[in-house]
Structures are given as C-alpha cells and as structure tokens.
Design a protein around this ligand. Structure first.
Ligand code: MEV
Length: 305
C-alpha cells in the first residue's frame, strides 16, 4: 500500500518570544523529546484522524481551521484536490503549551502529503505552507515556530532575515516544565499588538531584544550564569507585558528558589511551559521540585556533543 510519512518536533524559545514578532531577535532550539508523525494512506474519502478528530476534511472543527486550510492548499498545489486519502497525525507535543505544536503538526502533514505524492519539497516551500496555517491559528506569526520545528539546529532568528545557526555548548542543563494549562498564543500576541503605542510596551519589547542579543554573547562565551540572569530579566518584561500567568510565575519562582540560574516562560505564554537554566549538579533537585507542581517536566543537557 502507498504510504507517505512526515515527521517534525517541538521547539523551545530560549529568549525573545513576542519581541520577535516586532523584528527583535529570538533564540530558539529544536526539542526532540516531543514530536509529531503523520502518515498518509489511500482511502475512499478525504479523511483526517488525530487525538481530537476523526472525520472528513470538510467537517473539521473551527479549532482546526489552520490545518484544514493548509491541507487544502497543499492538495491544490499538488493538483490533487479531489484525491481521496487518509491523514493520520500522532503527536507527543502537548497542545498550546508554547512548544510549537500547531506549527509542528502543520509541518508534518505538509511533509507527509508531499512524500505521499512523491514530489520534492524544499524547506522554503515547507515554511510557506506552515505559515498559511500559523497565520490562521496565531494571527501574526514571526515564523520562528515553523523554522525551529522543522530544522535540527538552534537558531538566532530575526523576522524576514536568514536564520543564523548557533552552537549551544555550555556547562548547564535546561529544564522545561508544563503548567498543564493551555497557553493562549493568539490572544497574547493580539494583546501586545493592541497596546503597541504605549511607551512602556515599546520599552519592554526593546529590553527583551537587548537581553536576547546579550544572551547570544553569553552563550558564545559559555557563561550560563549571565544567561540565567538575562532569562530572569526577560521573564520580568514578559510578565509586565501581561503574557505570563499565576502558574507560570509560580513555577519560575519555584525553580529559582531551588537554585536555578534563571527561569522564564517560553513561547506564547498565558499558560503553557516555562524553562529553567541550571548547573548540571542542581538539575535533579530542581526537576523534583517542579514535578510537585508541573504536569510534565523534561530536562536536557546544553553541553555540545
Ligand atoms: C510563539 O511560540 C512565539 C511568539 O513570539 C509568536 C511568534 O513568534 O510567532 C509568541
């Protein structure tokens, strides 16, 4: 039987979320512990199956309108609008938690469809199609989620510029903890857009941009303590912009009280995940503390292999 496959992974924004929408830099890394696999097979209808839906493309719920649009656009681009097939999506990326789930799902579906029809797919085309879905899902995507969920390198990214790969090699660990609450990226992005003319909003976005530039230098100079301080600073600005939440702040404080070098929310915020940077010897203690309150905790070494 003919089968098409597509795989993508999660992403973690280390610094620069929200400010990246306004052309400030952002640093993000692929997160391989969570991934999406899509398969495309022959069928007698045009059907899609995932954790919350099993039915025809045309009756996909409003919540999935970004994905529906991208499926239809890809089929049209491939001249297979009327070809029957079954798209099956399996994901371990928690939804709306700042880990790039929507971009990763769209990316894996696009890859699987091109693979099924045996048509080569460039990375530019892939990013273009994910952008169609992300614009509907998130409103004003910078493109960082599409990029990081489909590439294997950490990047320093400025909207509409070529991403610059960065090597992460620090004596440190990065912990990711999920509040268990659905983030609200679209709402959070829109809320900043609405108050963009306020000088303090401009100040916070500008400061996040400066911290991100300094974070890159700290990473290049192998300075986890400096990076941790910058993470705390950025979390403070994101909180002041109104995109944190009580549970995110609670996990950030918990990690810092247990010896993290710095912590912040990651991604769109208003729920979702936070990250904490720590010395490898402190990792277990901080993970255990976070496990008391988070629904899921992951950790990874930032030591380059
Ligand atoms: C979402 O992962 C990151 C945001 O900066 C939005 C975007 O860049 O598209 C909040």
């Amino acid at each position: 039987m003919k089968i098409g496959y597509g795989k993508t992974h999660g992403k973690i924004i280390l610094m620069g979320e929200h400010a990246v929408v306004y052309n400030y830099p952002c640093i993000a890394l692929p997160f391989f512990d969570a991934s999406v696999t899509t398969t495309v097979t022959e069928d007698t209808t045009q059907r899609l199956t995932c954790d919350f839906y099993d039915g025809l493309f045309e009756t996909m719920p409003e919540l999935m309108s970004g994905l529906k649009k991208v499926v239809l656009c890809v089929l049209e681009a491939l001249h297979h609008e009327h070809t029957n097939l079954h798209i099956t999506i399996e994901s371990t990326i928690p939804i709306e938690r700042g880990m790039g789930s929507s971009a990763a799902v769209a990316g894996s579906v696009v890859k699987a469809l091109f693979n099924y029809f045996e048509v080569p797919l460039s990375h530019e085309q892939l990013l273009h199609f994910i952008g169609i879905s992300e614009t509907i899902t998130h409103g004003k995507p910078s493109g960082i989620d599409a990029l990081t969920t489909t590439s294997t390198e950490a990047v320093y990214f400025i909207r509409n510029q070529a991403p610059q790969p960065i090597v992460i090699d620090m004596y440190a660990s990065l912990i990711v903890a999920d509040t268990g609450e659905m983030g609200k990226t679209r709402e959070a992005v829109a809320s900043i857009q609405q108050k963009l003319d306020q000088p303090e909003v401009q100040h916070h976005l500008h400061s996040i941009g400066q911290c991100t530039t300094q974070a890159r230098q700290a990473m290049e100079n192998h300075q986890p303590i400096v990076l941790g301080q910058l993470m705390n600073e950025v979390h403070h600005h994101l909180d002041a912009l109104g995109v944190s939440s009580a549970s995110l702040n609670q996990l950030v404080n918990l990690a810092n009280h247990n010896g993290a070098l710095g912590s912040k929310l990651t991604g769109g915020g208003r729920g979702g995940c936070m990250i904490a940077l720590c010395k490898p010897e402190d990792e277990q203690r901080i993970v255990q503390a976070l496990q008391q309150q988070a629904t899921h905790v992951w950790s990874m070494s930032l030591k380059g292999e």
